[in-house]
Structures are given as structure tokens and as C-alpha cells.
Design a protein around this ligand. Structure first.
Ligand code: URA
Length: 225
């Protein structure tokens, strides 16, 4: 009997192998991940969290200081902003699946503080199998990429948030994705740019909430408004 083709990973960037297992098994295996050096200084792997049947998956960049300490995604200041916006837009944070492109905190110490450092291309590539596995296991209807790292992982390096945020694209026949500003980036902004980015993110999350409420059919493959 011919073997069924393995499911296509809906990421623009390459993934070598995709670990198998339930989300719980994946989380346990990821706890021992040594695929890049980030595990050495981090407290723990911060795997995705949320219901295994969540229709919406939000993908951030990488855990921050608080996430690293608590072992949960989006529990620091950016997470609080995101959770507030989700609630405001009618998306309960405990009904969505929250995860990151990279699952370890990367930082450099400055005195007693640990300052965030962006994971490099090799570290992102080493972590991609976990994100691919989460996507294939969850098969969400809607994916929200928060920030350029997640958006480029989904859509490719040519993707620019400044030009293309807020537009739905089909990842595959089941899943549509949209990209928006990362809440950490918004927290770093001041004045009018911050107000604009906040308005954009709120608007984009409302688009997701509208889809969830209306259970709109998936966008045909290819770019779509
Ligand atoms: N920023 C992220 O991208 N993810 C988190 O979990 C927290 C902050």
C-alpha cells in the first residue's frame, strides 16, 4: 500500500524534521531540547500553551525574562498588553494557543538585569521543528504572527510588516494567517507611533475575533485581502 505523504508544514522557512507526538509529549521533549546553545543560559524551555483544540494560534518571537522564569508564554509586560487586547476584542486568552517562534530566552546580562537579545537565524532554524510540530498537531483555523520574526517564518523573508500587516493569507487549505505588530515593539514605542501601532494591533485582533464569531470559510491558497 502506498504510504500517505507526510503533511506539508505550512511555514515558508525550511524545517528538516518534525517531531511527532501529542502537544503534551512535544512539550516534554522540548524541555530537553539542545538543538542550539540557548538552553545553557535559559531557565527552561517555554513551550506553547493553550487548549489542544484551539482554533486560534498566536505566535510571538521568543520568551522574555518573566516567561523564562515562569515557563509560560506571554506572562510578562508584553503578554499583559496582549491579554488585555485579546479580552477587549472578545478573544479569551485561555481559548487561544499562545506560542513563540523560539522557545528559549536569549539575553545578555547587564548588572542584575537580563537584557533581551534577538535569536539569530541559526537559533530560529533550530527551533522551527517545534513550531512546525505545534502547527501540525493543532491545525488551527487562524494564526496570528506577532512581529517580524514570526511573520517571516510563516511568509518568508521578503515579508514586511510595514507593508503587509493586517492582511489575511492562506497558509494551506485549512488555515489562514495574519501578521501584526508585536506587543513588545509597541511597548518600546512612544507617542503617536505607539498609538498607531496599538490601534493596528487592536484592529487586527478584531479581524480574528470576527472570523471566530462568524466561522468564515478559509481563504483560497494564495494572497487574499
Ligand atoms: N514576547 C514574545 O514574543 N513572547 C513571549 O512569550 C513574551 C514576550
Amino acid at each position: 500500500m502506498p504510504r500517505a505523504a507526510p503533511p506539508r508544514v505550512p511555514l515558508a522557512k525550511p524545517v528538516d524534521t518534525v517531531p511527532a507526538g501529542t502537544l503534551r509529549q512535544l512539550r516534554l521533549r522540548a524541555a530537553d531540547c539542545r538543538a542550539c546553545p540557548l538552553w545553557r543560559d535559559a531557565t527552561q524551555t517555554v513551550f506553547g500553551a493553550g487548549p489542544a483544540r484551539a482554533a486560534v494560534m498566536l505566535i510571538g518571537e521568543q520568551p522574555g525574562d518573566q516567561e523564562d522564569r515562569q515557563g509560560e508564554p506571554f506572562v510578562g509586560p508584553a503578554g499583559q498588553l496582549l491579554r488585555d487586547l485579546l479580552a477587549e476584542c472578545g478573544l479569551a486568552a485561555d481559548a487561544v494557543y499562545l506560542t513563540n517562534t523560539v522557545k528559549h530566552f536569549k539575553f545578555h546580562p547587564r548588572g542584575k538585569r537580563r537584557l533581551h537579545q534577538r535569536a539569530n537565524a541559526a537559533e530560529q532554524a533550530a527551533c522551527r521543528p517545534w513550531l512546525a510540530a505545534e502547527l501540525l498537531r493543532l491545525r488551527p483555523r487562524w494564526v496570528v504572527a506577532l512581529g517580524a520574526m514570526a511573520a517571516q517564518t510563516l511568509f518568508g523573508d521578503a515579508f514586511r510588516l510595514t507593508r503587509e500587516r493586517g492582511r489575511w493569507r492562506a497558509l494551506d487549505e485549512r488555515t489562514d494567517a495574519i501578521a501584526s505588530w508585536h506587543p513588545s515593539a509597541i511597548l518600546r514605542m512612544r507617542g503617536e507611533p505607539r498609538e498607531h501601532a496599538l490601534r493596528d494591533l487592536r484592529r487586527d485582533l478584531r479581524k480574528v475575533a470576527a472570523r471566530v464569531a462568524g466561522d468564515v470559510p478559509p481563504t483560497p491558497p494564495g494572497d487574499a485581502p
